[in-house]
Design a protein around this ligand. Structure first.
Ligand SMILES: [Zn+2]
Length: 172
């Protein structure tokens, strides 16, 4: 078994990786970021992948929860949680959110790491798009905003699963 750390985040300038905050970290009623700073209202961080070589295809199928005969590898994400909450600019409410994932790659050969990185990049883009949409919504009340944030938190794991299925359709 081999563990390799892939410097995925090194490809991205720090400002694009971690630029947000979650309202759960803030006292109530904090001021929302300025309009020009809107893209900083969320953060999607995908940590360096942890890579495992699994040469036995039965083992690999079991780990990847699939019956696919010619499986080469798969990536599972740990830390599948959306942290999000609400902030106000004094009149309306908006969501702020954060996702931090650790990709675990299970590979039949090191060669397939490159393909799995395509999935990681694809998932990151989909999550960024989603959080970008969420943080552009405006709510008239804190209650409405918090109800929406709660819906997003509870559905996040299913959302991530759907992105992984979509990623498989796109890249296979
Ligand atoms: Zn794939």
């Amino acid at each position: 078994m081999r563990v390799a750390v892939i410097a995925f985040l090194a490809l991205l300038p720090p400002a694009e990786v971690a630029a947000g905050r979650c309202a759960t970290d803030e006292p109530a009623g904090v001021t929302a970021p300025a309009q020009t700073d809107r893209h900083h209202a969320f953060e999607v961080t995908i940590y360096s992948a942890i890579e495992w070589l699994v040469p036995d295809s039965d083992d690999l199928r079991a780990i990847c929860f699939t019956g696919t005969r010619d499986i080469r590898g798969c990536t599972r994400f740990f830390g599948r949680k959306l942290e999000c909450g609400c902030v106000t600019d004094g009149s309306r409410w908006t969501m702020v959110g954060r996702v931090r994932l650790v990709p675990f790659m299970y590979l039949s050969e090191p060669y397939f790491e490159r393909h799995e990185q395509l999935h990681v990049g694809d998932i990151k883009l989909r999550l960024e798009r989603h959080l970008n949409v969420l943080t552009r919504l405006r709510f008239d009340s804190k209650t409405d905003c918090e109800a929406a944030a709660e819906r997003e938190r509870s559905s996040f794991s299913d959302l991530l699963d759907s992105y992984m299925r979509a990623s498989n359709l796109r890249l296979h």
